[in-house]
Write a protein that binds this ligand. Sequence first.
Ligand code: PLP
Length: 460
Amino acid sequence: MNRENLKFLPSIDRLLSEPSLAPAIAEHGREHVRNIARKVIEKARKAIAEGTGESALKSPEEWADVVKKAAGEFSRPRLSEIVNCSGVVVHTNLGRALLAEEAAKAAYMAAIHNVNLEYDVEEGTRGDRDDLVEELIIELTGAEAATVVNNNAAAVLLALNTLSFGGETIVSRGELIEIGGSFRLPEIMSKSGCALKEVGTTNRTHLADYEEAVSEKTALILRAHTSNYRIIGFTTQPSNVDIAKFAKPKNIPFMVDLGSGAFLDLSRFGLPHEPTARETLNEGADIVTISGDKLLGGPQAGIIAGKREFVSRIKKNHLKRALRCGKITLAALESTLRIYLNPEAAIKNIPTLRYLTRSVDEIRAVAAKAKERLEKYFGGAAEIYLLDDICHAGSGALPEMDIPSVSVAIRHKEMGPNELAAWFRRLSPPVIGRVGDDVFRLDMRCVENADSVIPENLTF
Ligand SMILES: *Cc1c(COP(=O)(O)O)cnc(C)c1O
């Protein structure tokens, strides 16, 4: 192979005139196909120059084929459905909560229509987008007022910036959380313009520590739900009630970042207790912040609820404009919250809650069907069995809780567990399992139908 071969590469115009490219040009547009052709030829030119271009000896028709394939690959949607057998119900990397069908329909409606996002239809005047959900949040949490932003990180940022800009916010050292790498409380505080006043130690903070930290600079006391870890052993933290009692006479607002924050008492449904917005407000918090797409099971959003005095200041903050939700989010959130008015319906219709509260027997039945299908497909090449397994709520919800589940475990004669994991990721849609104790597993807690793991007659 030598540089002489460069002259065999077709010109871009010559390539685009290939009749076999006409359909691709009609579908993707001439300019786009031209750009792709340029990249393809440029790559071949480079390979030839580097002496690795053996495959560059192609006819223009063959080059046209390469360009056609590249254009097809480029137009394949990047965001695509996957099947969550990871053993983590609310998985941030897999897009967290799934919307209830009603909520998805509401989002679709809002996506394709003009809506009364900020418009009072009766009066024909301008409205406030918060009105769509505020009343529902008040009803469900007992708050005096509420507002909604892009996500809970935005909710914390906006609340801190409003209530503590230029002042100090007191936080226990046991609650200086980092969530998923990019949400670190100290960084969010400095971005919101408030100074962090750490009190106590990692495992023990006393009310007296808060009391000693108070000065004329104190603007806010913040607690953060330690959502993705537990400090256990020799520990103490004052209760919300104690903090509220001490903060109130001093006129220091008290905010609790609940993170996953349940809207229902999950202990009623066999899960451990997770603090709800209502009880935290009842305990005396002035403001709570909650993620929309964790335990709540709605769209990505951040809910701020609490005393009217503080919520109205938060609503007036100009940052709110930069952090607000769009109509599609608000439609899905409104619909999700409406379902919560009837807790039984919420458990049944909101996928996150349905998955978390499903019985192991029900999961086992779906797992048995998937096992049967997989046995049929793999034949003697794999040993497939049901495994009593443990899964997690994820996204910092119910952190200490091992939730019993059932996995389909697969040992393959030729493929190791990681190869099996890759094999399942190549299915359409990809199935995401996990490897535990050197065995590949498909956790079935979030699977309602064996078909979604393995179609009846899988062929490649
Ligand atoms: C998840 C979480 C956040 C961040 O919420 P997002 O909705 O992901 O922005 C903040 N605080 C706590 C305690 C959390 O659990």
